[in-house]
Write a protein that binds this ligand. Sequence first.
Ligand SMILES: [Zn+2]
Length: 138
Amino acid sequence: MVAKNETERRLEANRRALAGQLGEIDGMLVGSVVVRSTRCGKSGCACHDDPPTLLGRYTQLTRAVEGKTFTRYLSAEEPARYRPWFDNARRLKEITAKLEIASLHALEIDRSANANSPIPGGDATRRVTRRRSTLRCA
Ligand SMILES: [Zn+2]
């Protein structure tokens, strides 16, 4: 193992800091929150007037899982109460993206420090990032 220089130490510290931030995430909610009003089935109801007076204010959480859309009702105050968990979903995405880039960077530095590790097909970074979440370990 080659002695670490200043840049490598800084990059490693950055990587560890990112990994540490992952441990701060204690909950996560994904999806979009919408408030909907609706019509009922009764003719003569104001919800069928023109213009209609729609019924209720339903707060819904909609999320897509493997191409299917799932919806669940939330109480009126739940979106605000769970705001931090919705924020965490974005934060997690950000942190994992940064961590992936930092890790690829470390991999490249390791390889360039080791002359016996040719990079198959040339530019490793471009090949990996093209296949978004597929990181293979040999
Ligand atoms: Zn109605």
